[in-house]
Design a protein around this ligand. Structure first.
Ligand SMILES: Nc1ncnc2c1ncn2[C@@H]1O[C@H](COP(=O)(O)OP(=O)(O)OP(=O)(O)O)[C@@H](O)[C@H]1O
Length: 269
């Protein structure tokens, strides 16, 4: 592999601001002695889909998990630096992590509905967060969430059936509906289509498009075409470094860093 300048981070036309929905400053993540993320600073804006791309092992999933403290669940993981949501430090010991994960929801690689009915998959979160005062309220939340996730028409006559009986693509949209149900501000998606066939992938991509603007969305993807299709901002990671971050069309058509260009053109990865 070519020698690269690993020090310079290119933020195309994007100065770091402190009024973004989420801000990460000098974030490093270690698994034991091994450093997986190296002093990354980035802003996540409300109105955009932001894609994290880069070769396998570059730290994009690890970095994504910092945004709702999912790395807390990994014993050997240690996070350094600052991550704020609306200007408030999410690693503050006073931060309620359950509340944080409702505000910053997550959708995983493999659809993971609860082994409960479709209705209960959606109702569970709003119930524990006290978002519904009555059965009518809950019915409304379930319907709206499934509608926003583009699943309502497919499941409205079988809300009592198990979520795990749906197809893989439907299960993933159910998981997105479940995240939406607790009224999040940010949705993190970690390779949400990697277990789906092309048709189900297209539906999830359409859904991401529809959700854009309502929620800040951050998506980790291996698939550069997918990043180009669904995102307005792209961050390219390599060996734990953020190499380049900017408007997606710029990153794909006119990358500034050698490493980005080589990755985009398939020279490594
Ligand atoms: N739970 C863990 N324990 C130890 N090391 C880990 C753990 N999770 C990830 N790593 C290591 O951290 C580095 C970054 O991994 P991460 O999964 O964040 O990368 P990635 O860019 O998302 O890769 P991929 O696209 O393959 O998922 C890798 O070297 C990986 O082996």
């Amino acid at each position: 592999m070519a020698e690269y300048d690993t020090e310079t981070v290119v933020h195309e036309e994007m100065t770091l601001r402190n009024d973004a929905k989420m801000t990460a400053r000098d974030v490093s993540v270690f698994y034991g002695q091994k450093q997986a993320v190296r002093s990354v600073s980035i802003d996540v804006d409300s109105h955009y889909v932001t894609a994290f791309i880069g070769p396998s092992g570059c730290g994009k999933s690890t970095f994504l998990r910092c945004f709702n403290r999912m790395n807390d669940t990994i014993d050997i993981a240690r996070v350094e630096g600052d991550i704020d949501l609306d200007g408030r430090d999410i690693y503050d010991p006073k931060m309620d992590v359950v509340q944080l994960r409702a505000r910053v929801g997550m959708v995983f690689q493999k659809p993971n509905p609860f082994p409960k009915s479709i209705y209960e998959n959606i109702a569970y979160g709003p119930r524990i967060h006290g978002l519904a005062e009555s059965k009518t309220d809950m019915d409304r939340i379930v319907e709206t969430s499934l509608q926003r996730a583009g699943l309502w028409n497919e499941v409205k006559d079988r809300l009592d059936e198990s979520g795990t009986a749906l197809s893989g693509g439907q299960q993933q949209r159910l998981c997105i509906a479940r995240a939406i149900a607790v009224d999040p501000e940010v949705i993190l998606m970690d390779e949400p289509c990697s277990a789906l066939d092309p048709i189900a992938t297209a539906k999830v991509e359409e859904l991401i498009d529809e959700l854009q603007g309502r929620y800040a969305i951050v998506i980790v993807t291996h698939n550069m075409q997918q990043a180009a299709r669904v995102s307005q901002r792209t961050a390219f990671f390599h060996l734990g470094h953020l190499v380049e971050y900017g408007p997606t069309d710029e990153i794909f058509t006119n990358p500034k860093a050698d490493r980005t260009r080589d990755y985009i053109t398939g020279r490594f990865g």
